[in-house]
Ligand binder design. Structure first.
Ligand code: SF4
Length: 371
C-alpha cells in the first residue's frame, strides 16, 4: 500500500500545522494518493472553477489509498462527475442569498439566524451546500464586518438561536471566536448559540481545552458536528468529542446521506451507535441538498426512507436521528420517514410498528372527536 507523503505523525497535536499542511493542489494530492483519471480530471476542474480542494493530513491519513471507493476519499477528493448538472441542481439550494438579512447573516425561520463567520474549512466536502462560496478567499470575517449582522440580531427580539457557521468557524483562531460569543452573550433574547463545525471530524486536534473553555463564553453554546461514516470515529475524533462533553458542551451530530458512502443501514447503525457511545447525539440525517454537481452523491428519497425503516426500532431512540429534507429555495426543513399511519377514523388511528404489525391507538373517551 502506498502511504501518503504527508502523514499525521509529523505534528500530531498541532492543529495549525494540520491546517498549514493541508493538501490544496493537484501535485500534492498526486504525491499522496494514486489518483484515478476521474479524480485527476475532477481536481483540475475543481481548482479551475473555484470550488477549492483542501484535505488535512489527519483526514488524509484516514483514506485507504488503494481504494478509489473509500468513503473518506469520496467525501474530499474531487471527481469528474462534479461537472455534471442535472434538473433540480441549484447553485444555492437553500436560497441563502435570497434570505440574507444583513451581510453574512441569513434568516430562514422566525426565531433563528445563520451567521457565516468565515469561508474557510479544514476540508472542503465535495457535497457542500455552500460550494458556491467556501474557500473563496475572504477568510474569517472581522467584528467590524459582522457589525451589521449583530445590529440586526439586537433589534430582532424574535431571534433566540444563532447558528455560527461558514465555512467552519472552528478553523478560526480562538481570539476571533471569543468576541463573537461575547457579543451574542450581551443580547438578552439570544438563548442559544450553535457552532456548526466539522473540526472534530477533519481536524480533531483543534478541540483542545483552551478552545472548549472559550466556547463556554456563551452560557448555552451547543456544538453541531458532522460525522458521516464510522471510519471518521477514530481515537482522536472521539477524544475531541469527549473533551467538548467534559467541558459541559452539548454535542449533536448531523449526517448527510451520501450515495455509495453511507447509504446503508448497517453503516449508519455503526456510526450512530459509535456517536452515542461518544456522548454525541445523532440529531439529523439530512437528505443531501441538490447542490449543482453533486447528483452522483445523492440518494433517492425513497431509498433514504427505506434506510430509516431499517433503523427505527432496531436502534435505541437516542441513536436515531430525524430524516430531514431541507426544501429548495430556503422554504424550510421537512421531517420525513416511513409512513407509520395505516388509517385514521374518529378516535382510532391504526399504526404500523417497526415489526410490521398493525396496532390500533384509541383516543381517550371524551376527547374532541373521540366516540
Ligand atoms: S466543513 Fe461544512 S462548510 Fe466546509 S466544505 Fe464541509 S460541509 Fe461545507
Amino acid at each position: 500500500m502506498n502511504l501518503p507523503v504527508i502523514t499525521n505523525e509529523a505534528r500530531p497535536d498541532d492543529w495549525r500545522w494540520q491546517a498549514r499542511h493541508a493538501i490544496t493542489d493537484l501535485a500534492s494530492l498526486e504525491a499522496a494518493l494514486p489518483l484515478t483519471d476521474d479524480e485527476r480530471r475532477g481536481t483540475v476542474r475543481a481548482l479551475a472553477e473555484g470550488f477549492p480542494l483542501s484535505i488535512t493530513p489527519y483526514y488524509l491519513s484516514l483514506i485507504d489509498p488503494a481504494d478509489p471507493a473509500c468513503p473518506i476519499r469520496r467525501q474530499c477528493v474531487p471527481v469528474a462527475q462534479e461537472a455534471e448538472e442535472v434538473p433540480g441542481d441549484l447553485r444555492d439550494p437553500l436560497g441563502e442569498e435570497a434570505h440574507q438579512v444583513a451581510p453574512h447573516l441569513v434568516q430562514r425561520y422566525p426565531d433563528r439566524v445563520l451567521l457565516l463567520a468565515t469561508d474557510r474549512c479544514g476540508v472542503y466536502c465535495r457535497f457542500c451546500t455552500r460550494s458556491r462560496m467556501v474557500g473563496q478567499g475572504g477568510g474569517a470575517r472581522s467584528m467590524e464586518a459582522l457589525g451589521p449582522a449583530f445590529d440586526y440580531i439586537r433589534r430582532t427580539p424574535e431571534i433566540a438561536d444563532v447558528i455560527i457557521s461558514g465555512g467552519d468557524p472552528l478553523v478560526m483562531a480562538t481570539p476571533r471566536i471569543v468576541p463573537i460569543l461575547e457579543a451574542l452573550r450581551e443580547i438578552p433574547h439570544v438563548v442559544t448559540v450553535r457552532i456548526a463545525t466539522r473540526a472534530p471530524v477533519t481536524l480533531p486536534q483543534r478541540i483542545d481545552d483552551e478552545l472548549c473553555q472559550a466556547l463556554r463564553t456563551h452560557p448555552a453554546t451547543w456544538v453541531m458536528t458532522h460525522f458521516n461514516h464510522p471510519r471518521e470515529l477514530t481515537d482522536q475524533s472521539r477524544a475531541a468529542c469527549a473533551r467538548l462533553a467534559d467541558h459541559g458542551l452539548p454535542v449533536m451530530n448531523q449526517t448527510v446521506l451520501l450515495r455509495g458512502i453511507n447509504d446503508d443501514a448497517a453503516v449508519l447503525t455503526e456510526l450512530f451507535r459509535g456517536l452515542v457511545g461518544t456522548r454525541v447525539r445523532p440529531y439529523y440525517l439530512l437528505q443531501a441538498d441538490p447542490v449543482r454537481g453533486t447528483s452522483h452523491l445523492r440518494t433517492r428519497l425513497s431509498d433514504s426512507i427505506a434506510i430509516m425503516e431499517r433503523l427505527e426500532g432496531h436502534l435505541s431512540g437516542i441513536a436515531v436521528p430525524k430524516l430531514i429534507v431541507d426544501t429548495p429555495e430556503g422554504r424550510g426543513k421537512v421531517v420525513i420517514g416511513p409512513d407509520r399511519v395505516v388509517s385514521r377514523s374518529v378516535g382510532v388511528t391504526r399504526l404500523r410498528t417497526f415489526r410490521d404489525e398493525e396496532v390500533d391507538y384509541i383516543d381517550p373517551p371524551g376527547a374532541p372527536g373521540a366516540q
